[in-house]
Design a protein around this ligand. Structure first.
Ligand code: GPW
Length: 836
């Protein structure tokens, strides 16, 4: 019950669209107030950052009506809400996006004009982006929350408010250097803190039995330590609708500010130790993409945010006056990979131990509410926790997992009597050698649906990763091909094209992405082609400016922009691309330039700090860039640039500027890819393997508008048994010479040692089949050059790529999850004052 009586009016603007303060005038007034009252500064002396803060606060004020109306409607109703559990949310800059969602971009520009200082672009440019994710998986979570809000589905993201997100990358002497990401340093205006909704989470300790009031034996967990989770909510506006969902990120603080006893003894050091330990929980994001390190703190982080979130969800259930038994009717939980899969055991514990439900009833609720998305087949990414570590941190959860496993294996025994090997294969507990909990097995056993993220990947999940589970539960496995939001990745990132699309398809095209199809008949219209090309050129000029500013490399915006941006990983094969660049360079050196067109090859991406080979690949790209760019023999045919610190903000500059999108992973290894979709949406042609969502992109855009190369998944599997990479070297003209050049230090100032491990890796083992795919890759690259030489044919293909990429909208993906996995319906938000 509230200490404030009912009947106190909401602010005058609440629920009244006319008084929502969305005009330039209102924004100007709002900014002036915030400069003065929130920031304590005068307009005259305001810095660009002050203006950014003032505008952000003014915009934040204007989304609050929607945010509160959405919450009120949820609290009052009984609609099922999506809880998207993810250890990562790579949300990107907020101000520009929120202006777009509210339809206030022009108003903001106008309000700033009245201050007479910096313009909107300059103000947007100072925003620090929260790098609360590594790459594709985290960015997918952000796109999905945005689509959920835009499609008016009630939803909450749940994750961790890392104080330090993914490191900032600098390049020094060609090497990656990691710099701490201090995204909170200037104050970050896009979060709302609710300390009163903090929850307590236990760690360690032991479990004991006791008899409850009915005399039944029960188990009780007595944790050794507790931390508090404080919710920080980032509002997520839908596009031009009233819905405003949120991402609830938990920050860890000490349960007591310090150990009073130790403090009284005069041991101040020890007194604050517990506080430091608790707050370490949400201190820093693990910067590994697709590798599991099995570190204790990582499991602590996972348990921390999952427990906070489930307790929060149970609390709101009670607020709705609904019994705990109805959990699965009010919430549907999506696990973004296995990182939050401890949720299975934690929900069971909360239901059985805390809410005193019977096991079977609790299991029915748990399995009815949880679904699991798998994002990788790579064994090094599949999370396993040693039983010793697991049990010392979460003793009760380990017991629960043993119980789940025992009941599950009993079921398997009935299904396949006597098949001991099957039991060993599917067991949640890995038993050979050191015992470990297999989190993907836990998630798969509990989930009502398990999905992969592209058609090919979902197929491989069934046939290669979990064939036994697929045989047990054929209906459980499904596919939802990934998608990306056309708001951020087209409407916001590509202003020239957004304008052209507005004129051609109508202003509300971002909410109706299927309209892109209407571009098809224009693909051969030379007038439209010219306008299309002009948009692309403007974006390329903008990116050329970024490159010049960053690295002093001057690139020609009329050259073919050939781009590969993504995390650096051997399976993604940036070194295949680099090798191809060296071969092109040699052709130029030998005067064999027939069929070549001026190209700018651009790379960007971070390497995990402990991934030595990935860091060497960055050094290699820097090396070839330096040598090639300095060589006058080039005659403008080849430039190479490595873009430092690739992140969401840079991505918004990169995708619109691409002519050619490099999607060249070894077939069967990239679950989906989502950068591939952002490129295609922005009219880039793909050069790619039949991997992940490339397969579907090629189907959608048409095989003529996609440069295919390489072995298929099946062919790679066949090669694997008897692969001798060195035998492939002679099949490629100039390759021997290229490798020698690299080994002799041509790209490393004469240092003949530096790149030897890279060359050895490729020629000696080549685990990712670069050499097997290289000949076909070169042919495809030539095809791309040939098409580029015919501008009209290229423009046509580019237009068709955009026209046929609507399928890759996250709106489509979210609709599929809603219908086939979650069973949720849109709930449009009313903005009247009908809420009590
Ligand atoms: F290993 N992905 C990622 F599966 O970005 F957990 N980080 C990760 O840690 C994992 C996957 C994990 C990516 C996939 O590599 C990419 O193919 C996919 O498009 C993306 O997740 C979103 O599904």
């Amino acid at each position: 019950s509230s200490p404030v009586p009912h009947g106190i009016p909401v602010p005058a603007s609440y629920g009244d669209p006319q008084r929502n303060g969305l005009t330039a005038n209102d924004l100007f007034d709002g900014m002036a107030e915030h400069l003065f009252y929130t920031l304590g500064t005068r307009a005259e002396g305001a810095s660009v950052h002050d203006l950014y803060m003032a505008l952000s606060h003014a915009v934040r004020d204007r989304l609050m009506t929607r945010h509160l109306a959405t919450k009120d409607q949820l609290r009052a109703g009984s609609a099922k809400v999506v809880a998207y559990f993810s250890a990562e949310f790579l949300i990107g800059p907020q101000l520009g996006n929120n202006l777009l969602m509210l339809g206030m971009q022009a108003e903001a520009a106008e309000a700033l004009r009245r201050f007479g200082g910096p313009g909107l672009d300059q103000v947007l440019d100072v925003e620090e982006e929260p790098g609360l994710g590594n790459g594709g998986l985290g960015r997918l979570a952000a796109c999905y929350l945005e689509s959920l809000a835009s499609l008016e589905f009630p939803a909450s993201g749940y994750g961790i408010r890392y104080e330090f997100g993914i490191f900032d990358q600098a390049i020094r002497d060609g090497w990656q250097v990691e710099i701490t990401d201090k995204w909170l340093k200037g104050g970050w205006p896009w979060e709302l803190v609710y300390p009163a909704q903090s929850v307590s989470v236990g760690f360690g300790g032991h479990v004991e039995s006791y008899g409850d009031e009915q005399g039944a034996e029960r188990r009780r967990w007595l944790p050794a330590h507790r931390a508090l989770g404080v919710p920080h909510d980032v509002p997520v506006l839908g596009y031009r609708v009233n819905s405003c969902d949120r991402i609830r990120l938990w920050r860890a603080v000490a349960a007591e500010s310090f150990d009073v006893h130790a403090f009284n003894e005069g041991d101040f050091q020890r007194a604050v130790q517990e506080k430091v330990a608790s707050e370490t929980l949400s201190k820093v994001l693990y910067p590994n993409d697709g590798t599991d390190q099995g570190k204790r703190l990582r499991l602590e982080q996972q348990h921390f945010f999952v427990s906070c979130s489930l307790q929060d969800m149970l609390r709101t259930l009670a607020l709705r006056g609904a019994p705990v038994q109805s959990f699965a009717e009010h919430w549907t939980v999506q696990l973004n990979d296995t990182h939050p899969s401890i949720a299975v055991a934690e929900l069971m514990r909360l239901l059985v131990d805390e809410h005193r439900l019977g096991w079977d009833e609790a299991w029915t609720i748990t399995t009815a509410s949880i679904a699991y998305t798998n994002h990788t087949l790579l064994p090094e990414a599949l999370e396993r926790w040693e039983v010793g570590l697991f049990g010392s941190l979460l003793p009760r959860h380990l017991e629960i997992i043993y119980e789940i496993n025992a009941r599950f294996l009993q079921q398997v025994r009935l299904h396949a009597p006597g098949d001991l090997d099957l039991l060993r294969r599917v067991s949640i507990i890995h038993e050979d050698g050191t015992k470990a909990v297999r989190m993907a097995h836990l998630a798969t056993v509990a989930a009502h649906h398990v999905n992969g993220v592209a058609a090919l990947h979902s197929q491989l999940v069934k046939t290669d990763l979990f064939p036994d589970f697929a045989a047990l539960w054929p209906g459980k496995f499904t596919n939802v091909t990934n998608g990306v939001t056309p708001r951020r990745w087209l409407a916001l990132a590509n202003p020239p094209l957004a304008r052209l699309l507005g004129e051609t398809l109508g202003d509300d095209w971002p909410a109706h992405i299927e309209r892109l199809r209407q571009l098809e008949p224009l693909a051969t219209d030379s007038g439209f082609q010219q306008r299309w090309a002009a948009c692309k050129l403007a974006c390329k000029r903008r990116l050329a400016g970024v490159i010049a500013e960053q690295s002093q490399v001057l690139v020609d915006p009329t050259s073919l922009f050939d781009i590969q941006v993504k995390r650096i990983h051997e399976y993604k094969r940036q070194h295949l691309n680099a090798l191809q660049v060296v071969l092109q360079y040699l052709r130029i050196k030998h005067g064999e330039t027939e069929g070549m067109v001026p190209r700018t090859v651009i790379f960007g991406g971070k390497a995990a700090p402990g991934y030595w080979m990935a860091k060497l690949i960055i050094r290699f790209i820097s090396g070839i860039a330096e040598t090639i760019n300095a060589d006058p023999d080039n005659r403008g045919l080849l430039r190479v640039a490595f873009l430092a610190d690739y992140n969401v903000k840079l991505g918004e500059r990169v995708y619109p500027a691409a002519d050619l999108s490099e999607q060249i992973s070894t077939a069967g290894l990239e679950a989906s890819g989502t950068g591939n979709m952002k490129f295609a949406l922005n009219g880039a042609l793909t050069i790619g393997t039949l991997d992940g969502a490339n397969v579907e992109i090629r189907q959608q855009v048409g095989t003529d508008n996609f440069f295919l190369f390489g072995h298929t998944t099946e062919q790679i599997a066949e090669l694997r048994s008897d692969y001798r990479p060195w035998e492939w070297v002679e099949k490629v003209p100039l390759l021997r010479e290229a490798l020698d050049l690299i080994e002799r230090g041509h790209f490393s100032n004469g240092d003949g040692e530096l790149f030897r491990p890279l060359v050895q890796n490729i020629v000696g083992r080549d685990s990712y089949f670069l050499l097997a795919d290289l000949p076909d890759y070169l042919v495809s690259q030539n095809d791309a050059s040939r098409l580029w030489a015919d501008p009209s044919a290229w423009q046509r293909a580019s237009i068709l790529n955009t026209a046929r990429s609507g399928y890759f909208s996250s709106d489509r993906a979210i609709r599929e999850y809603a219908e086939r996995v979650w069973g949720v319906e849109p709930l449009p938000v009313a903005m009247g004052c009908e809420v009590s």
